[in-house]
Design a protein around this ligand. Sequence first.
Ligand code: SF4
Length: 70
Amino acid sequence: MKVRIDLETCCGHGRCYALCPEVFAEDEEGYPVLTDTTIPPGLEARVRRAADNCPEAAIEIGSAQDAGDP
Ligand code: SF4
């Protein structure tokens, strides 16, 4: 499973890195940075929770094929 953040939509509320800091880090301006675009095993539910709680719906989760990976 892959995750990406639409930084055009993100407003830096920070819920994602509060809910799943293993995948979402915080840059110096409070915007999220992915630690990895591939969701580590066992963290899918927490990443999905972060996506569900993003007020801007800026977090997209999909398969590797959705992300264009072979
Ligand atoms: S919760 Fe959504 S809007 Fe807030 S920082 Fe994370 S991606 Fe951006």
